[in-house]
Design a protein around this ligand. Structure first.
Ligand SMILES: Nc1ncnc2c1ncn2[C@@H]1O[C@H](COP(=O)(O)OP(=O)(O)OP(=O)(O)O)[C@@H](O)[C@H]1O
Ligand SMILES: [Mg+2]
Length: 278
C-alpha cells in the first residue's frame, strides 16, 4: 500500500505522507527532506506530467486541522506568488484539502548552509548568492513586502558545476505592508517573526519589548532595514575563514552599523557595493 491511515476523527480521515505516494494524480513523493516538529514536512517529488523534480511543502498531520497553521501556509503561498521574481523560489500550486494541505514548488539542490557544508567554500559563490538574495529583497521591498527571516537555511541554491544560483525561500514570516506602513493582517500571529541571531539590534530590542507587552506594530522601514541587516549577518557568518578583497570588511562594517541611518539604505545600494567586488 502506498500510504497508511494514521488517524480518523469524526467522519474525516487524515492520511500521512510517505515515499511513493502519488498526490493529485501528478506528484510522486520520493524523499522526505525535512520535518519540523509536527508542523511541516518537505518532500522531494517528481512531477509526472512534466517529468521534472519538484518539492512539496506540506502541513504535517499534527497541524493539519489547525486553522492558524493552514492560514499561515496559505499566507506563505500567496506572498510567494505575489513576490514572483528571478531570485524568489517559485511556487506552482496550493492544494488546501481537508485530508492534506500542501503546496508544490521549485526544487533546489540544497539550502545555502547545507550546500556550503558539502562544497568547498568559495567567496564568489557567497557574494553571488547574497547579491541574488538582495535582488529578491529589492523586488519584495518595492511591493511593500518584507521577508523577515533571511538566513542561510532559507536561501535555496543550485549548482551545475559551472553556474551557481541562489533564491530566497520560506516566506512564512514574510509580511506585506499597506500604504501607511502597517502590516496588512487581521491577527497578531505574525507580529513576532524572525530568527534572533540575524535580527538588527533595533528590531531585537522591539522584539523583546513586544514579547513582554504582547502586541505592537512594526513599520515597513524597520522591517526592510532589518532584512538588509540579516543579509549582512549571513555574510559575516559565512565569510569567516575565507579570503575576500580588502573592501569587503568595509562593506560589512557599513551594513551592520549599530545606527540604522548609517547602513545601506536599500537592497539595491547594498547589492551594488557587493557587485563591485566581483
Ligand atoms: N524547494 C526546496 N528545495 C530544496 N530544499 C528545500 C526546499 N524547500 C525547503 N527545503 C529544505 O527544507 C528546509 C526547511 O524548509 P522551509 O524553511 O521552507 O520550512 P520551514 O518548516 O518553514 O522551516 P523553518 O521553520 O525551520 O525555517 C530548508 O532549510 C531546506 O533545507
Ligand atoms: Mg526555513
Amino acid at each position: 500500500m502506498l500510504y497508511h491511515i494514521i488517524a480518523a476523527s469524526e467522519d474525516r480521515i487524515a492520511l500521512s505522507f510517505c515515499s511513493g505516494l502519488l498526490l493529485n494524480d501528478r506528484y510522486r513523493l520520493t524523499e522526505c527532506l525535512y520535518q519540523d516538529g509536527g508542523i511541516h514536512q518537505i518532500w522531494r517529488a517528481i512531477d509526472l506530467q512534466l517529468q521534472t523534480p519538484v518539492v512539496v511543502k506540506a502541513l504535517d498531520f499534527g497541524a493539519l486541522h489547525n486553522a492558524e497553521r493552514r492560514r499561515v501556509m496559505q499566507h506563505e503561498y500567496n506572498l510567494m506568488t505575489q513576490a514572483a521574481h528571478l531570485y524568489v523560489a517559485q511556487v506552482y500550486e496550493l492544494m488546501p484539502g481537508e485530508d492534506r494541505f500542501y503546496f508544490v514548488m521549485e526544487s533546489f539542490q540544497a539550502d545555502l548552509l547545507t550546500f556550503l557544508g558539502v562544497h568547498p567554500s568559495n567567496p564568489s559563490w557567497l557574494l553571488d548568492a547574497m547579491i541574488q538574495v538582495l535582488g529578491a529583497l529589492e523586488h519584495g521591498h518595492a511591493l511593500g513586502m518584507t521577508h523577515r527571516d533571511v538566513k542561510p537555511r532559507n536561501i535555496f541554491v543550485n549548482f551545475d558545476g559551472k553556474n551557481f544560483t541562489a533564491k530566497l525561500g520560506d516566506f512564512e514570516s514574510a509580511v506585506c505592508f499597506d500604504d501607511r506602513g502597517n502590516p496588512a493582517h487581521s491577527t497578531d500571529d505574525l507580529w513576532f517573526r524572525g530568527t534572533p541571531y540575524y535580527m538588527s539590534p533595533e528590531k531585537l530590542e522591539l522584539y523583546c519589548m513586544g514579547a513582554l507587552l504582547g502586541s505592537y506594530r512594526m513599520r515597513f522601514s524597520m522591517e526592510a532595514a532589518s532584512d538588509l541587516y540579516a543579509v549582512a549577518s549571513v555574510l559575516k557568518e559565512l565569510s569567516a575563514s575565507q579570503v575576500f578583497p580588502p573592501q569587503f570588511d568595509e562593506i560589512l562594517r557599513k551594513a551592520i552599523e549599530e545606527d540604522p541611518g548609517k547602513r545601506y539604505a536599500t537592497a539595491a545600494e547594498f547589492g551594488r557595493a557587493l557587485q563591485a567586488l566581483l
